[in-house]
Structures are given as structure tokens and as C-alpha cells.
Design a protein around this ligand. Structure first.
Ligand SMILES: *Cc1c(COP(=O)(O)O)cnc(C)c1O
Length: 411
């Protein structure tokens, strides 16, 4: 095992060794061992504090140990946590009702992880295609975007173009067509009579916070409606406040047929995901055709309901929007000082580091030494997605740390 920093302490080392020995090596974490968290800050096993500028890929939008969400979880822990959907539970009804209202839709299919929401959305779209649109059996196709990230299951990686995510995991699921992200003409050209859905991220997260051209999502909405094709927006990372709106689609006034939600829906406490849509689409599912032992469990529903209520006031979205302007303004001053480009929306930024200066990983390691946790993606890009409860001063401080790291690296 090699540790890339000199500051790893015995306690950290002990924890990391156990992980390296007995956890599969499907991640390459920064050498920090977190023991607790509060708001936007986490504390490691030696008591050092770090500003969390990743927020578990937006699963912790409302902060670590959010008191409102913890109260909801604790109250439900003392009542009942799992019934399976063989029976009704008293938490699911309120959760799906208020989530549907938040999304402006009629129905919710509750699942657990993001990948399950994506898989469920694909199944619903295919069933809708055969039963409602009248596509010939097993002929359905779904159009996806180059550079997409929708999760890690075998079907989902079948339409990824990230070779690392696919190598040695075939054979792959057929029925998907890839077009360039942001290219509405290519998308329309790919549609045929068997196309049941277009599946996309309104802003591509893992690809590096890629924001499409302003007219793209409205064009997708218009084209899909005209061809009787479902528009499925994967808002698992972009949704629930991150961009300064409830959904990233809201930023351009677009309403998809299905929202895929996850990550922050579980408040950073439990995995909660959902497909949200109207009865004419989600209503195709009948008893026995789809399910999940844990989907819609009372603990998940209680936490999910508390999350929906946090969002219903609009305060989180507004805060993300205002702090996001401050973050983007601070970051844009670094362009030309080791930064090639900054992209983003709300409290979500992708920063392209000059590869001649350092890799994204090296920048993240130096940021860690200065008490800021961030994550690199695709070599030289780093992303910032702090919890929305972060203070403006902490945000300014994080940008200062990045500036200092870049100055150090430039020598
Ligand atoms: C994280 C993510 C997923 C997968 O969610 P998991 O909970 O990790 O399965 C799907 N789509 C997008 C856009 C994501 O960011």
C-alpha cells in the first residue's frame, strides 16, 4: 500500500490498512479517515476538521447531521423501520404525496439507490412503449448522451462510454443509442418509430459539471413531445436544490415526463431514490411487475418526507443560488492562475486545472492538507459541491485554499 501524503497519522493508517486489506479496491479514496460530521464540516479520527466540498456527490445537500432530518430519522427508528410492501406502512403515503406535489407530478415509484431509479425508469419507459405507444415486442430503443453517468449496474454501463466503467463487464444490454450531449439535431435524427425515451442528465455531473447549451433542454422537450417519446431527466445529482432550483430542468423552464431522483432524497442518512411522473406513464406498472424489498420502507419514507418538506419552502434552493453566485465569482478569478475553465450552476462547480500544472488528484491532495475535501474527475477536473448549509465565509475560505494550492504548485 502506498500513501501519497506524508501527514498520515497512525490512527489514519490503521483504518486505511483494514480497508485496503478487506474492502474491494473499487475506489481510490483520499487518505483522510472521517469520524464525524456537522453541517458542512467533517472531523477525522485525529480531530482535524475539513470543509466537505463534495457532500457525498450531493447526497449530503442539507449538511451532515442535519438536525431536522436526524429528528425525523430518530423518531421513525423508534417506531418501525421495515415492513416490505407486502403491507402498507403509515409513512409511504405522505412521502409519495408530498414528493409528487414538489415535482408537479401525480405518482412516485420509490426505490433505494440511484442506479435502481435509472433501471426502473428504463423498465417503465419500455413498458410504456409496448403498452401505450405500440412499439413492436422487444424492439424499443432509448437515446442516451455521450459522456453520461447513470450508475453502475450491467444495463446502465451498457450505454456508458467510459471504458473504465465497462471493461470486462460484458456482454452488454442492447437497446440504447448514444448521441453527442447538447446536440438536439443529432438527437432528433436518432429517433425512429421504436424510440420510447430520451434519457439524460440536465447537467452532466460525473463528466465534470457539463452544462448544455441554453436551448438544448427546451429543444429536447419539444422534439420528444412531437415524436411521442418520453423525456427522462436523471436529476439524481443535479436535483433537490443543488443548482439553485428544485430541479436543474427548472433553470430553463423544462418539465420532463419522468424525474429520476436519489442521493439527497435520503438526506445523507439512508439510500432513497424515486421515479416521479404522471399516471399516464408510471401507471403502466401493475402488481408483481416491479418491486424492491427496501423500496418505500418507513424509515426511508420518513426521512424522504422530511427532505421534501425542507425543499418545499424554497429556502435551500434560494441559498444554493445565492452562495453559488459567490462561489462562481470567486472561482472565475482563478482562471489564468492554474485554472483553464470553470463551469457550474448554483453551488456546483467543475474546475479544469491546467494539466501542465498538476493532476486533479494532486490538487485534491493538497487541498486536503489545507482542510478542504474535494474530488477530481476525468484527470484534470475537480468538482466542488459543498452542502448547501455551508456559510459564505467558509466558501470564500475554500476558494482561498484552492488559490494557495495553485500558487504553491506554480512554484
Ligand atoms: C450518482 C448518480 C447515479 C447513481 O446513483 P447510485 O446511488 O450511486 O446508484 C445515477 N445518476 C446520476 C446522474 C448520478 O450522479
Amino acid at each position: 500500500m502506498t500513501l501519497s501524503t506524508t501527514s498520515t497519522t497512525p490512527r489514519q493508517f490503521a483504518a486505511i490498512v483494514l480497508e485496503e486489506e478487506h474492502a474491494a479496491h473499487n475506489y481510490h479514496p483520499l487518505p483522510v479517515v472521517v469520524a464525524s460530521g456537522d453541517g458542512a464540516w467533517v472531523t477525522d479520527v485525529d480531530g482535524r476538521r475539513y470543509l466537505d466540498c463534495l457532500a457525498a456527490y450531493s447526497a449530503v445537500n442539507f449538511g451532515h447531521s442535519n438536525p431536522v432530518l436526524l429528528d425525523a430519522a430518530r423518531a421513525q427508528l423508534g417506531r418501525i423501520t421495515l415492513t416490505s410492501r407486502a403491507f402498507h406502512n403509515d409513512q409511504l403515503g405522505p412521502f409519495v404525496t408530498e414528493l409528487a406535489t414538489l415535482a408537479g407530478k401525480d405518482m412516485v415509484l420509490p426505490m433505494n439507490t440511484g442506479a435502481e431509479a435509472v433501471e426502473s425508469g428504463i423498465k417503465v419507459a419500455r413498458a410504456w412503449g409496448y403498452r401505450v405507444k405500440g412499439v413492436a415486442p422487444d424492439a424499443a430503443n432509448i437515446i442516451v448522451m455521450a459522456g453520461n453517468f447513470h450508475g453502475r449496474t450491467t444495463t446502465i454501463i451498457s450505454f456508458s462510454d467510459d471504458e473504465e466503467a465497462r471493461a470486462d463487464f460484458g456482454p452488454f444490454t442492447p437497446g440504447f443509442r448514444t448521441v453527442p450531449y447538447g446536440d438536439a439535431a443529432a438527437l432528433e435524427a436518432a429517433i425512429d418509430e421504436n424510440t420510447v425515451a430520451v434519457l439524460l442528465e440536465p447537467i452532466q455531473g460525473e463528466a465534470g459539471i457539463i452544462v448544455p447549451p441554453a436551448g438544448f433542454l427546451p429543444a429536447v422537450r419539444e422534439i420528444t413531445a412531437r415524436h411521442n417519446v418520453l423525456f427522462i431527466a436523471d436529476e439524481i445529482q443535479s436535483g433537490l436544490g443543488r443548482t439553485g432550483a428544485t430541479f436543474a430542468c427548472d433553470l430553463v423552464g423544462v418539465v420532463p415526463d419522468l424525474y429520476l431522483l436519489g442521493k439527497a432524497l435520503g438526506g445523507g442518512i439512508v439510500p432513497v431514490s424515486a421515479v416521479v411522473g404522471n399516471r399516464d406513464v408510471l401507471g403502466v406498472l401493475e402488481p408483481g411487475q416491479h418491486g424492491s424489498t427496501f423500496g418505500g420502507n418507513p424509515l426511508a419514507a420518513a426521512v424522504g418526507l422530511a427532505v421534501v418538506r425542507l425543499l418545499a419552502t424554497g429556502e435551500m434552493q434560494e441559498r444554493a443560488g445565492l452562495l453559488g453566485e459567490r462561489l462562481q465569482a470567486g472561482l472565475s478569478e482563478l482562471i489564468g492562475h492554474g485554472v483553464l475553465a470553470v463551469r457550474g450552476a448554483g453551488l456546483w462547480a467543475g474546475i479544469d486545472i491546467d494539466p501542465a500544472l498538476a493532476s486533479g488528484r494532486a490538487v485534491c491532495e493538497s487541498l486536503m492538507e489545507r482542510g478542504v475535501l474535494a474530488k477530481d474527475t476525468h484527470g484534470s477536473t475537480i468538482r466542488l459541491a459543498p452542502p448547501i448549509v455551508v456559510s459564505g465565509d467558509d466558501l470564500d475560505w475554500a476558494v482561498e485554499q484552492l488559490r494557495a494550492v495553485l500558487e504553491e504548485l506554480a512554484g
